[in-house]
Design a protein around this ligand. Sequence first.
Ligand SMILES: *[C@@H]1O[C@H](CO)[C@@H](O)[C@H](O)[C@H]1NC(C)=O
Length: 410
Amino acid sequence: MRSIQTIIILLTFLCFLIDAATIPEEHRKRSSDGTSGKTLEPRGKPRRQRKPGHRRKKKDEGMPKYFHEPGGTQLGNHYDSRYHHGIQDYADRKDTQLHLLRAYLTFFNVNHIETWLAHGTLLGWWWNGKMLPWDWDIDTQVSGSTLKYLGDRWNGTHYDYVSPDDPPVKRTYLLDVNPASIERERGNGNNIIDARWIDTSNGLYIDITGLSETHPDDQPGVWACKNYHRYHTTDLYPMRETMYEGVIAKVPYAYDRILTQEYNERALVLTDYQGHRWDPVVKEWLPKSEEELEEDRKEKEAADQIKEAQKKREEAKKEEADKKQEAEKEKKLREQERKDKEKAEKEKERADKKAEVQRLKAQQILMREKSKKAKEVEQPKNSVKGSNHNNVDAQHKAKAGEQWNGEARV
Ligand SMILES: *[C@@H]1O[C@H](CO)[C@@H](O)[C@H](O)[C@H]1NC(C)=O
């Protein structure tokens, strides 16, 4: 009795404890005044809210995109959103790009900042020391240390430019260095362009990317930009001083290797490209005439038709092969089905036979028993000794009594 009482008291106490622990008010009060243990803390800590305008500085990973383009069409991507107001026509754009580049190279040269031509801009230099007229991108590169210097010393520079033409072209260019440029790994890919030289009158720009030895320990002498272009020190240096669009410029030492690696040999020999034709006499890429373009269109149409026909033929061939394969499969399936059926039939036959044999055996046994019984009924006294048949035994038991039974057992 006393132990039952103890259990009841203990249970009551336990219930009280559980109750106390699950009262929400208690819970809240205890955790908010900080006196409670860890188990009473709310599970998920509320997310710390980031203050508006606060950016994580440490890694490029969370960095938002710094340079913005209006986008929309393909050409919209070549303008800086802040200064963009409409897409220019061919002549206007070419003129803008010419001054953009001349001003850039002059600014860098005058201030003894090293920069060199890259990508399509370098390819244009290979042909005739000028920009490729169909190319909307202008690309230059600087070393990682120059990039740092640009950010520290020249970021936000507005460069007023007056061309020597008559009448002179007056423009103001902005050197804008991406704050993500201090991070030399690609990160989230939002900020692969490290800096821009922007025409503030229309938003067209030059993309400036830095090259850094990102893995000096295991890949010394390999320079990379954030867009996976890689160069060896000996491909870049010593830089070659040259002229580009009439002003002093630099190109990497092994420009031919760099170009063939990036564009393959065809880019150095093909004289018909993007609606332009290389004129070897004037050494210029000239836009094709309307007739030439029309001819190109017709040629392309014919080629497309041939391609289309070929494609159709191939498709038909494939369809036929598929059908054949399907039929083959079907045939195999049928064959398998037939085999399975045959096997099942054979098995059934065998089972039937076995059953029949067993049935016959059983019948035989029954008949044998019957005939034995019949014999014994005919001459019951003849079979006293030596018989071990139950039925016969029983009959004899009845006739010979206990004594016989004892005798027979000995
Ligand atoms: C360059 O200047 C702009 C505008 O002030 C600024 O947003 C950017 O972070 C600067 N870049 C660097 C590398 O400091």
